[in-house]
Design a protein. Structure first.
Length: 271
């Protein structure tokens, strides 16, 4: 049985993600203006990005004023309840800017430092993924009703479809491209979708066998990491470490270990 607090957090995360997704989908101007830049001209933050985070934090604070926040667009507070929300209001900003459909709203709730609820809404797919720790992962979409998620059955690495992403810093991107070049002959193929949250959910849904990326922030992976683990996949960083900015890996149990070993050999975490 789901903890009543976790049920409350899930319902609130789902409502916040739904509203933010609608704002982003329906409010996207044709001549989308860039509000600011981050680490480079490629990594843009839009006015809609900021508006979505304000919507999410405002809704949550209205219902749970003592909770803390960690958001990509600057939301940061400790709170006093033991619950902290980790929010990426628009994961896949460049896709959104260009009118590509692969972007998402990602919301996770932590209790005493452990992620207990994760929701990823993908408005242009009409899909929403969610998980509560210890109860499995589920999704709603074009299919009838709610679908229980399970990662793909066992397959050898050379038959694995693996996704990755690239950093916005030129030197890091060059190294990541070299790692991908070395990996491509050893797997079925590589994809690059542009949203870490969606890639993690696609592993959970059986659309990918694995995913790895260097340079992720907590808000990029908090919700998706819980969802993919609850769907039966394994996640980690470098051997013996949790997913982190240094390296994040998510894959089916059969693919995980050989993929992690190769990425370690290739120095995927390295400058």
């Amino acid at each position: 049985m789901t903890d009543p607090l976790h049920s409350e957090l899930l319902e609130l995360a789902q409502e916040a993600a739904r509203r933010a997704g609608e704002l982003l989908r329906d409010g996207r101007p044709a001549d989308l203006a860039v509000a600011a830049t981050k680490s480079s001209p490629i990594d843009v933050v839009t006015e809609m990005d900021i508006a979505a985070e304000k919507l999410i934090t405002g809704l949550i604070a209205e219902h749970r004023p003592d909770d803390g926040f960690l958001g990509e667009e600057g939301a940061s507070s400790q709170g006093s309840s033991g619950v902290r929300w980790v929010i990426d209001p628009l994961d896949g900003t460049v896709n959104y800017l260009y009118g590509l459909p692969t972007w998402a709203v990602s919301i996770a709730a932590e209790q005493d430092g452990e992620t207990v609820v994760g929701v990823v809404a993908v408005p242009m797919r009409g899909e929403t993924y969610h998980a509560v720790r210890g109860t499995g992962a589920r999704a709603t979409g074009a299919w009838d009703g709610e679908r229980t998620l399970a990662c793909r059955p066992a397959a050898p690495l050379d038959q694995a479809l693996v996704s990755t992403g690239f950093n916005y810093v030129t030197e890091v991107r060059a190294h990541q491209a070299d790692v991908a070049r070395r990996l491509i002959p050893l797997v079925r193929d590589i994809r690059r979708g542009g949203s870490a949250a969606i890639d993690l959910c696609d592993v959970a849904a059986g659309r990918l066998d694995g995913y790895y990326e260097r340079g992720l922030h907590p808000w990029d992976l908090a919700a998706g990491d819980l969802i993919v683990r609850e769907a039966g996949a394994l996640t980690a960083g470098r051997p013996g470490e949790r997913p982190s900015r240094e390296l994040t890996i998510a894959a089916t149990p059969a693919v995980f270990e050989p993929l992690q070993r190769l990425l370690e050999d290739f120095g995927a975490w390295h400058d």
